[in-house]
Design a binder for this molecule. Structure first.
Ligand code: GLP
Length: 260
């Protein structure tokens, strides 16, 4: 794990955007794994700005989102498809036919999940997976106790996650109880992972996922096993890290040949 602490959420998002942009420039048909929630909004803003100002080209890029609510009508404004269109897709030249979210009409959920996984494989796997983290340690919608080897499937949200996500709905009761999410095993197969976490409300879970034991009760702790995981934090999200000085020392002494 590489722990990168920046002064602000903006600075950390700029850094994440530069890593994504470098990949897209080097591999124009890159496969990106995308996340939703508040955390990646600035990252998308930066990528949109790079598209407009520097001609960053998404025409051949393929995207797979981590998760989607189950049971919301397609035209509902709180779907993650809608979020992605609003903040990223419609502001770039991405080809919507190459944007995938784990959805199911409900007739054969398992087959739809399998198909999503097959599509990822068919595209050569995910080059960079963007992740946020829930305060309970969930990644995607893999809530605590999710199998660390899980694949894309239907999950039941915790009441806490439903409450946190109520901000994207007109009333808390409207938040679906179920979702479809990439599994933890699926996420772990992506070639590189960028997990972003900002603000003091994430400081405890950040300490758990970086320095705590590997446990299904903190699904994000599985990233300790990922060979290419960067954890991008702002100052307040890093506040409870015991070895913060060391991570800052490592980052400031990173050899040039190792910069990526
Ligand atoms: C949501 C999403 C996650 C996201 C997390 C954190 O439930 N499914 O992918 O990372 O919660 O959300 P936020 O970034 O708004 O704190």
């Amino acid at each position: 794990m590489e722990i990168i602490i920046q002064q602000s959420d903006r600075a950390a998002s700029v850094l994440a955007a530069k890593i994504v942009a470098a990949k897209v420039r080097q591999k124009p048909d890159a496969v990106l794994g995308l996340a939703t929630g508040d955390t990646p909004l600035m990252l998308y803003e930066e990528l949109v700005a790079m598209h407009r100002n520097e001609g960053l080209d998404f025409a051949r890029v393929t995207t797979f989102n981590l998760d989607e609510y189950f049971g919301l009508p397609e035209q509902h404004p709180s779907t993650y498809r809608h979020y992605m269109e609003e903040y990223f897709f419609k502001r770039t030249n991405i080809d919507l036919r190459r944007t995938f979210l784990p959805v199911s009409a409900g007739r054969d959920v398992e087959a739809d999940c399998r198909q999503f996984e097959e599509k990822i494989k068919e595209c050569g796997g995910i080059d960079i997976q963007i992740l946020g983290v829930g305060q309970d340690g969930h990644i995607g919608f893999n809530e605590p106790s999710s199998s660390l080897a899980s694949r894309t499937r239907i999950k039941t949200l915790t009441q806490e996650t439903r409450k946190n996500n109520a901000k994207f709905f007109s009333s808390p009761d409207e938040v679906p109880k179920h979702c479809i999410t990439m599994g933890i095993g699926t996420i772990m197969e992506s070639k590189q992972v960028l997990l972003l976490a900002f603000g003091s409300k994430k400081s405890q879970v950040v300490a758990q996922l970086v320095e705590g034991p590997l446990t299904a009760m903190v699904p994000a702790s599985i990233l300790q096993f990922h060979p290419q995981a960067k954890i991008l934090l702002d100052d307040s999200a890093a506040a409870q890290l015991r070895r913060r000085d060391y991570y800052e020392w490592v980052y400031s002494n990173k050899p040039n040949w190792q910069k990526n």
